[in-house]
Write a protein that binds this ligand. Structure first.
Ligand SMILES: Cc1cc2nc3c(=O)[nH]c(=O)nc-3n(C[C@H](O)[C@H](O)[C@H](O)COP(=O)(O)OP(=O)(O)OC[C@H]3O[C@@H](n4cnc5c(N)ncnc54)[C@H](O)[C@@H]3O)c2cc1C
Length: 324
């Protein structure tokens, strides 16, 4: 999915099919031709034919079953922090996952629906004295997105020598499998890797997850959060002001995608309103009205320069979704 998209001219979905799908949903939670830019951290993207807000795990499972039974294309969207939505938008059904119910157990396990925002979950865990999630503070993600990606960050200050993964605190997940079966799976099933899980290879969707946390000292957790937030703040463009999708290219072991781009003096280089950030060469920012076409042209430019001048092939890390 992270290869650059080729232009697609898929025929529009016939209105009768869209109407049939729409009739299976609560009309209060379904909209048509809704621009998706506000539902992504890049603030880029055209309309979804149908946009459904799933506010429970059951509603998410229902939406998936409807889409699969009708054969209409669908996309589950968490916080939209790792996607570039096409300017022409997305044909079919976009399911925006806002399910967030959580159940806290006395032994440090927390069961939480997959649309929960990590930020809120982290604060609640810290308040309750459960440690393990605080390292991921400041990373925009839903629980489902975090598992999809095996969310990661560098270990606590001052060492920051190893990468910590959400897999470390993962206990189990409730899935709707690609065979439409609801089942609870363990860590081995998820096949966690670097920026990789079984979810990249099968159409399983996470409905809810259980994390196993440890008793911790809230003051120590607050310290980790402060250190991580200021570490990020000093290295990344500020999302509220400069929307982005985080790192645009995959890590190149030992070399660093950002370092390659930076070494060619490309910080600040711009196509339309898409720009290579002045403070982090592996992040592209939206200066206001960037389009997906601007971002793709910028990606191609950086790839071309790095390939021609340094001999490395940069691979995009983000997901290109929709009709390009
Ligand atoms: C400023 C910034 C900083 C970032 N820093 C980091 C970082 O330090 N570490 C890091 O690992 N990432 C980082 N990222 C990337 C991003 O935060 C993660 O990829 C995050 O996990 C995306 O979650 P999401 O909910 O936004 O997923 P989305 O972008 O909404 O979706 C991404 C993919 O996950 C799939 N998906 C979403 N929910 C589910 C589900 N319930 N079941 C199955 N599939 C699902 C979607 O269909 C899509 O294919 C950063 C991004 C930004 C914008």
């Amino acid at each position: 999915m992270s290869k650059l998209p080729s232009p697609s001219n898929a025929p529009p979905i016939d209105p009768a099919t869209l109407a049939r799908v729409a009739s299976a949903f609560d009309p209060a939670r379904l909209t048509r031709n809704t621009p998706l830019a506000p539902f992504t951290t890049f603030r880029i993207g055209g309309p979804a034919d149908l946009l459904f807000e799933a506010d429970t795990a059951d509603a998410l499972a229902h939406a998936l079953l409807v889409a699969r039974e009708t054969g209409i294309p669908y996309l589950v969207l968490g916080l939209g922090a790792n996607v570039l939505v096409a300017d022409k938008g997305i044909r079919g059904l976009v399911i925006r996952n806002t399910s967030q119910h959580a159940v806290w157990h006395d032994d440090g396990r927390v069961w939480v629906e997959s649309g929960a925002v990590m930020q809120k979950l982290i604060l609640e865990a810290v308040k309750r004295g459960w440690s393990g999630l605080e390292h991921y503070v400041g990373i925009p993600s839903s629980v489902g997105g975090a598992i999809w990606q095996n969310l990661h960050f560098l270990s606590p200050a001052p060492e920051r020598e190893r990468t910590m993964f959400i897999a470390d605190v993962f206990h189990s997940a409730d899935l709707l499998t690609q065979e439409n079966e609801r089942k609870t799976v363990d860590k081995a099933y998820m096949a966690f890797g670097y920026d990789d899980t079984v979810l990249h290879h099968r159409a399983d969707i996470v409905l809810a997850a259980t994390f196993q946390l440890e008793k911790g000292d809230p003051l120590a957790m607050h310290r980790v959060m402060q250190e991580n937030l200021s570490w990020r703040g000093s290295r990344h463009p500020w999302l509220d002001w400069h929307p982005s999708a985080g790192s645009i290219f995959k890590k190149i072991e030992g070399v660093g995608a950002g370092r390659l781009v930076d070494s060619l003096g490309l910080k600040g280089y711009r196509v339309g309103d898409a720009q290579i950030s002045h403070i982090h060469a592996n992040i592209m920012v939206n200066l206001g009205s960037a389009t997906s076409a601007d971002v793709i042209a910028l990606v191609k430019h950086a790839q071309h320069e790095v390939r021609e001048k340094l001999g490395h092939q940069l691979e995009p890390e983000i997901n290109f979704v929709g009709e390009y």
